[in-house]
Design a protein around this ligand. Structure first.
Ligand code: GDP
Length: 286
């Protein structure tokens, strides 16, 4: 279905007789056009640099949105699906870069996507984890260009300690959070929307007015929604989108993912156990 995304919608918009469109439809097509253009824009992502600490980050100007989540939440897959680049977020997973803040420019160095370290890596020694947590905290507290977070949570294990900690940090700093319930393809539609409602309810209980959506890197559910949320927060305008040729940017494809998504699922439980141990400690240290 996504094969026809973009091109067909845009040609529809271009060919539509203007007077015949009702006001409501005009609004709809504007939203669709914006999300399609946002998605194409995000595909201009380029790796900028990795920073081990706050004072070594790229210049603190413009706008940036950081992706955060426990390790195995599906962060790399999401960044790759969103930018339609097989290896983009894998760059953050290279040995030595896993505990760093990784910056990607979005066609302009003043509009950035930031990949924060996945929380709960088993391979990292305890002392390192504490040092790193401090750096992460530093970044979240002091980074001026940081507009907000995209917080990824596996739909089967939402709102773990790390997630709640991130939500509270963001709230105390007046950052927005857009929550992704990832791997939504793992549940049927009914159970998936039930989890969505439950998490929404929990957020309301915590008095957190954050947006939330279902997301799947595998079947691309929620890709346009995420793209337009990000674009809006990063000040991407339709005018800016005229600066590049939409048709020259390839469509995302499931086959473009660099590993079969189902293959590692048997490991999920083991990794999650490790992540929970780690987050418990972080909670106590908090
Ligand atoms: P990260 O540690 O947060 O960067 O997570 P990854 O992107 O590496 O994904 C962790 C595991 O979940 C991998 O085995 C992926 O193949 C799998 N995964 C990621 N996204 C999806 C998804 O949308 N659907 C399914 N079924 N599996 C996914």
């Amino acid at each position: 279905m996504h094969h026809s995304r973009g091109k067909s919608k845009n040609s529809k918009i271009a060919n539509a007789p203007k007077q015949k469109i009702s006001y409501e439809k005009k609004v709809d097509s504007a939203i669709t056009e914006y999300s399609v253009r946002s998605l194409n824009w995000l595909r201009k992502a380029e790796f900028l640099m990795s920073a081990p600490k706050l004072n070594l980050c790229v210049e603190d100007t413009g706008y940036e949105i950081a992706f955060a989540g426990r390790s195995n939440a599906g962060k790399s897959s999401a960044i790759n699906a969103l930018t339609n680049q097989k290896q983009l977020a894998r760059a953050s997973k290279k040995p030595g870069r896993t505990q760093m803040i990784n910056f990607f420019s979005l066609g302009n160095p003043d509009q950035r996507l930031v990949d924060l370290p996945g929380y709960g890596y088993a391979a990292v020694p305890e002392a390192m984890k504490l040092v790193w947590q401090k750096e992460l905290e530093n970044y979240l507290i002091h980074r001026q260009s940081l507009q907000g977070l995209v917080l990824l949570m596996d739909i089967r294990h939402p709102l773990q300690h790390f997630d709640v900690m991130m939500l509270e940090w963001a709230y105390s700093r007046k950052l927005f959070v857009h929550v992704l319930l990832t791997k939504s393809d793992k549940l049927n539609r009914g159970p998936a929307s039930k989890v969505l409602q439950e998490v929404q309810q929990q957020l309301r209980k915590m008095k957190l007015q954050f947006s939330i959506q279902l997301f799947s890197s595998m079947n691309k559910q929620g890709l346009e929604e995420l793209a337009s949320v990000m674009a809006g927060r990063l000040n991407f305008t339709l005018e800016q989108s005229t600066k590049f040729d939409l048709d020259s940017i390839p469509e995302a494809d499931v086959d473009d993912l660099d590993e079969p998504l189902e293959s590692m699922d048997a490991d999920d439980e083991a990794e999650i156990e490790i992540a929970e141990d780690a987050t418990d400690e972080s909670r106590q240290a908090d």
